[in-house]
Every structure is written in C-alpha cells, then in structure tokens.
Design a protein around this ligand. Sequence first.
Ligand code: C2E
Ligand code: MG
Ligand code: MG
Ligand code: MG
Length: 295
Amino acid sequence: YQIKRTGRNGVRRFDATLDQALERTAFLTREFQSALSKEQLSIVYQPIYHLKTGELSKVEALARWTHPKFGEISPTIFIPIAEASGQIVPVGRWVLLQACLQGQQWGEDLGWEGTVTVNVSPVQFAHTDFTEQVKEALRLSGLPAHKLELELTEGVIMQNPTLVQTALHSLRRLGVEITVDDFGTGYSSLAYLRDLPIGCIKIDRSFIDDLASPRRAPQYAVALITAIVSIARTLDLQVVAEGVETQEQMEAVRGFGCDFAQGYFFARPLDAQHLAGLLKRVQPLGGPTRAKRLS
Ligand code: C2E
Ligand code: MG
Ligand code: MG
Ligand code: MG
C-alpha cells in the first residue's frame, strides 16, 4: 500500500477512491449506531399477489433508513454495514417485532388472513438465539405463527448448514414458514431444497429482468424460469416471482406457473397506512379488486 501510494498518478487516484470508500463506510457505520434509538428507521411493506386469484396473499417487510442530513439510504448499503458492526442483531429483532405487530393489527382491524414476510440476515442466525427471537416476537405481537414467513438467502443456508438445519426445523415446528430469497443467485444446491423444511422460493429479480433484456435472448430467461418452476413443483414448493415491473412480465411468470408475484407493476413498498388502504380494497366475497387488472 505504501509503495503504491508513492507510485504513478493512476494508482494514487485509485487509493484516493478506496480511502473515500473506507471513510464513507466508517462514517455510515458510526451514524447507523444510533439510527434505531434516534427513530431514523422505519419499515415499508410490499404486497405479494397470488397470480391465480389476484389475492394480496403476503406482504414483505423492508427496512428503511432516513438520515436527517442525507435522506434515504438504501438497505443495499446499510444492511451490509449493520451486518459488519453487529447492529443488524438489534435492528433485525426490531424489524421482526414491528412486522409481526403490524401483521397482527391488519388481521384484527381488517380481517386480513395473509402472511407477513421478514428478511433474515446470516448474522442474526449466527450470533443470537434466533428461534427465541422469533418466539418472542410472536408472543409479544400475538401473530399466529403460520402468518409469519422468514426469507433467507441461499448464502445464509450454505454458510452454516448444520446450525441452519437445526434452527429451521425448530422454526418449522413453531409453524413459521421458510422461504429462500433471491433464488438462483447463490449456491443452488438442490440437496438443501430437498432436505430442509423450506416452503417457498423467490426467483431472483435478475431472471425476471432477463425476460425483457435486449442483451440476452428471451428464450434464455424462459428456459431458466421454467426449469426453476419445475424443480419447485417436484419438491412441492411455492414460487414467487420477484421484481415484476410490466404487464408482459406478469403474464409471462403466470404462464410459467409461478404462484405469486411481487414488483413495481403491482405496487412499490408502501408505509403501513397506505398498505392498509390496499388491504381494505379486498372484498371478502366479491373477490379482490386487483383480480380485474390481473386477467
Ligand atoms: P430483497 O429481500 O430481495 O427485497 C426485494 C427488493 O427488491 C426490495 O429492495 C424491493 O424494494 C425491490 N423491488 C421490489 N419490486 C421491484 C421491482 O419491480 N423492480 C425493482 N427494480 N426492484 C424491486 P430494497 O427495499 O431496497 O431492499 C434491498 C435488500 O435489502 C432486500 O432484498 C434485502 O435483502 C435487504 N433488506 C431490506 N430490509 C431488510 C431487513 O429488514 N433485514 C435484512 N436482513 N435485510 C433487509
Ligand atoms: Mg426478501
Ligand atoms: Mg429477494
Ligand atoms: Mg433480491
């Protein structure tokens, strides 16, 4: 590093960028320490629709950080920072409880029967008694366990297979549903899909993107998505298509046999109040208003 620093301009410029990046990470790490206590964190909820019935079946909880000076900071930036500092443990516990409380309230106030899904970081799994956290959130909120779904990435599962296996089985015994998030982007070992108590997979957005990508032939995406759905059918897993942005993509994934879809075509992540507005529009007997748009 020292030698490079005294080197040519190009190298020096690279070091400056690296310094800036490290500086920024250190800064955000410090700022994030107090984000929760300063009430800078919030949760938005994105609907997931059942493609056959048009029902709003599930809602994914997504964390948001609004910094007083810098505004919205993406979770793709602050989640890794929170993971590195260990802050993800209290933050993850907070998200989990808030999402359960919210799901329970929508059940009580609106009679909503759907599921709340919460993202789980590998650090939460490794550093805490995660199952106890889940039990506590269910107990404090009163949310029935079958109305909670936990989203894990393939990375989480492969990182510590034995630990994860034990944890997943005890979560399943509670009645909580397990979902594999961003499916197809990690180490796709079919053995874990077969052996672990997983109920659902979410096909990563990049596969859905490829359906409309000018860079690749659409047959490529069609073949991959069809293959994933076929594996899911064989293993009796539900399938969610992530990142559906257009009518064409929605019709395509429905045609491939995906059970659910989520994406900007249906709705962006919304605050709890706006999401409640969507839930209220579901008519218990006449069917959901959204069904019209789906067909
Ligand atoms: P994810 O779990 O795969 O969540 C889906 C992401 O895709 C969300 O981004 C969502 O806003 C975005 N999205 C949904 N529909 C569309 C679409 O049609 N087009 C596009 N381009 N994007 C769409 P978000 O909210 O920025 O979150 C990014 C990631 O951060 C999440 O990916 C998840 O891995 C992580 N994350 C968010 N909240 C939490 C949390 O509370 N805990 C943990 N551990 N991770 C979280
Ligand atoms: Mg997710
Ligand atoms: Mg995902
Ligand atoms: Mg994703």
